[in-house]
Write a protein that binds this ligand. Structure first.
Ligand SMILES: Nc1ncnc2c1ncn2[C@@H]1O[C@H](COP(=O)(O)OP(=O)(O)OP(=O)(O)O)[C@@H](O)[C@H]1O
Ligand SMILES: [Mg+2]
Length: 405
């Protein structure tokens, strides 16, 4: 039986304006064929790893990739992994590339489990410790003569107490009887310095080779976005002038992901308005609605005084019910809290450098009204954050810290 309907919205959608050619190419996980403006970095990675293609089992490499949000850390590792696999296949080498995101697999157990399941061997059921799983992995690689290039992405999501995983993985090689190597490691973090104090073995693993990705310039952002637009939208949907406009808007952060989201949202808005192209108006709406990319994980790595300071900022804003608070107000509240918690407060210069750090992570914005150092007048306002939930989270953190001290 066919139901009669006055309007079939599905049918309507089918015939409505469609400005996308391949919307999926605007997705964040899509790996573009060509990685623009990262040639030098790909060459550097290739130089580091090229020996693997001569005789994989002779060497083991460790490299850390660092750089700010959305500037292509993940995509460069994945692109390199793809190149490596192509070259290995050509030479009949048994090389595997596995990319693990520690935001998804937060514990050594989960990480090892993922690696083992990707290598498609029989995963031991349950009840194994990470040490046993590492041993199992090592045995498996040796037995199957597999060389593994492993990327641990967003490593900062792995709890510090679990960092010995990095060490044990990087030693996977040496402990084997025949002294061959079976594993190379690529680690990705936003900022190595933010990992805080590391034990010596982890430090030497992470800080041996460092590839620091620079932010893209405005022109580079324009080029990258234009390439994406070419494959994902119909012709002439977004003009080159508007691409430059988007690039100028995201230049400060350099975050390509934000740019892609703006393009996608603006195009959707233009579609609902039944237009056949995007105008600046739609871009502006998309710009306003883009969720700011904050590192919420930042609160896991701030030190005690930074947390108390940020907590003070939130406290004042909540109490006053308004943004734009002064440095002096923050210092007063911070000092009071330090007295309450029986801590020596940090000096002005240190507090100021913490505040600048917060700004760098886009937690706050600082508006300096007078540049005179003595009478520096700065107003601090908060980025678009879920204030109350962060406030409560920090309160808990401070409580935990205080009870440990
Ligand atoms: N040079 C480039 N050419 C084409 N696309 C790029 C380039 N650099 C980044 N992108 C695209 O920008 C988006 C963000 O990149 P990516 O996910 O690699 O950032 P990230 O540095 O890993 O960010 P995060 O710190 O949040 O993990 C992805 O969709 C990626 O494909
Ligand atoms: Mg990433």
């Amino acid at each position: 039986m066919v139901f009669e309907m006055s309007i079939n919205y599905l049918e309507e959608q089918l015939y409505s304006k469609n400005l996308f050619l391949h919307e999926e190419y605007l997705e964040i996980n899509y790996i573009p064929e060509i990685l623009l403006h990262r040639e030098q970095e790909l060459i550097m990675l290739s130089k580091i790893f090229v020996k693997i293609l001569e005789d994989p089992f002779l060497i083991s490499r460790k490299i850390s990739i660092q750089g700010e949000i959305g500037i292509g850390k993940t995509v460069i590792a994945k692109t390199f992994g793809k190149m490596l696999l192509l070259s290995a296949e050509k030479r009949n080498l048994n090389i595997h590339y596995i990319h693990i995101n520690c935001r998804k697999e937060k514990t050594p157990y989960n990480i090892l489990n993922r690696i083992l399941s990707e290598l498609v061997c029989n995963i031991p059921n349950r009840g194994y410790s990470p040490q046993e799983l590492t041993f199992f992995l090592e045995e498996f690689l040796i037995k199957s003569k597999i060389y593994l290039v492993l990327t641990l992405d967003e490593l900062n999501y792995l709890q510090k107490s679990h960092y010995n995983l990095i060490y044990s993985l990087s030693r996977c090689n040496e402990s084997s009887l025949n002294k061959r190597n079976y594993l190379s490691l690529i680690v990705i973090v936003r900022n190595l310095a933010l990992l805080g104090s590391l034990d010596d073995s982890t430090k030497s693993t992470l800080q041996g080779n460092i590839l620091s990705l620079k932010k893209y310039t405005k022109e580079q952002i324009s080029n990258i976005l234009s390439e994406r637009i070419k494959i994902s939208l119909k012709e002439d949907v977004i003009s080159p002038g508007l691409v430059n406009y988007i690039a100028a808007n995201i230049e400060a952060s350099g975050d390509i992901r934000k740019g892609l989201n703006i393009i996608r949202n603006a195009t959707k808005i233009a579609e609902t308005r039944e237009k056949n192209h995007v105008d600046r108006e739609e871009i502006d709406i998309a710009l306003q609605n883009v969720i700011p990319n904050i590192q919420t994980d930042i609160f896991d790595i701030l030190n005690y005084h930074q947390i108390v300071l940020f907590y003070s900022i939130l406290k004042i804003i909540i109490n006053k019910g308004e943004q734009n608070i002064s440095f002096l107000e923050i210092k007063e509240t911070y000092n009071q809290l330090c007295v309450k918690f029986q801590q020596d407060p940090r000096k002005n210069t240190q507090i100021w450098s913490y505040i600048q750090q917060f700004e760098k992570y886009r937690l706050i914005s600082v508006n300096t009204v007078s540049k005179n150092i003595r009478g520096r007048k700065s107003y601090i306002s908060l980025s678009d954050l879920p204030i109350l939930s962060i406030f409560n989270e920090l309160k808990k953190k401070i409580r935990d810290f205080n009870s440990e001290m």
